[in-house]
Design a protein around this ligand. Structure first.
Ligand SMILES: [Zn+2]
Length: 269
């Protein structure tokens, strides 16, 4: 059976309903026509020049991203800047785009759960309350390690399991920890929830000096990742979800996870 953009949107909506998004977010169907036929879908964290080229080479009909293709209002779409050039090229190639952003952060089985799985946490509960009545999950998670572990050791484990560029530790690295707060992406705003929930340590991306100082002052261990490393793990999850959906419904389409390394921050040794 032919697959359309709308079929893929339906699959994404069933997994991560748009009503879960944060108020400030701009997400959803970003570019294209809902009735366009899709044979090949590429799943990526975001669309940069590398992913756009990858989509063009594999003749992807649609790209599904976590970070929104368009976030703030556009005043123009021209070849004068990188974002405009990418949009023009996507339009020329008739590549449709759907972005599931904060809906995918909150969704059961979404970005935060993927990060908890990678860390090896169990007994998962919400970090912050859902914005929706009757829905359990908001952004972020709390979970426990099977055994008390030194903070440094769990940081090394997370770095290795994510194949991350690096991980940072703030606070006493020898401290034994068990209860974790987790927030994929930029989670500094959510630290207070981890403190309230009695977490021994907190894992997030985009750690700055002043945020780390807050964690040290609050006596909670902090493990920092790059924003990219904390979220890119969602791409194979969405690829598998879509392929299962295609198989179950007899859809003639296939999803692929981007193989382009879009990390923007590299460690110099
Ligand atoms: Zn993000």
């Amino acid at each position: 059976m032919k697959t359309t953009c709308q079929d893929i949107i339906n699959a994404m909506e069933a997994f991560a309903p748009e009503r879960l998004k944060e108020e400030w977010d701009n997400m959803g169907f970003m570019l294209g026509s809902r009735e366009k036929v899709v044979k090949r879908a590429l799943v990526a964290l975001e669309i940069n020049d590398g992913v756009a080229l990858e989509a063009e080479k594999m003749r992807a009909d649609m790209i599904i991203t976590h970070h929104p293709l368009i976030f703030r209002g556009l005043k123009s779409v021209t070849g004068d800047d990188a974002a405009g050039r990418r949009l023009l090229s996507l339009i020329k190639n008739e590549t449709a785009v759907y972005s599931a952003h904060t809906s995918l952060d909150a969704a059961e089985g979404g970005v935060n759960d993927a990060l908890c799985d990678a860390i090896g946490l169990i007994d998962i509960e919400p970090l912050a309350p859902s914005r929706l009545d009757g829905y359990k999950w908001g952004v972020g998670r709390v979970g426990v390690l099977p055994n008390e572990t030194p903070l440094h050791e769990i940081a090394v484990k997370i770095k290795n399991v994510l194949n991350a560029e690096f991980a940072t530790v703030s606070g006493d690295s020898k401290k034994m920890v068990k209860r974790a707060g987790v927030c994929s992406g930029a989670g500094s705003d959510m630290l207070r929830f981890a403190i309230d929930k009695g977490c021994d340590f907190y894992v997030t991306g985009d750690v700055t000096h002043h945020f780390a100082q807050n964690a040290v002052d609050s006596d909670i261990g902090l493990i920092g990742l790059t924003h990219y490393d904390s979220e890119v793990i969602i791409t194979p999850v969405i690829r598998d979800l879509l392929n299962e959906y295609f198989n179950q419904n007899g859809f003639d389409a296939r999803a692929f996870a981007s193989e382009f390394d879009g990390a923007t921050i590299r460690l110099v040794h």
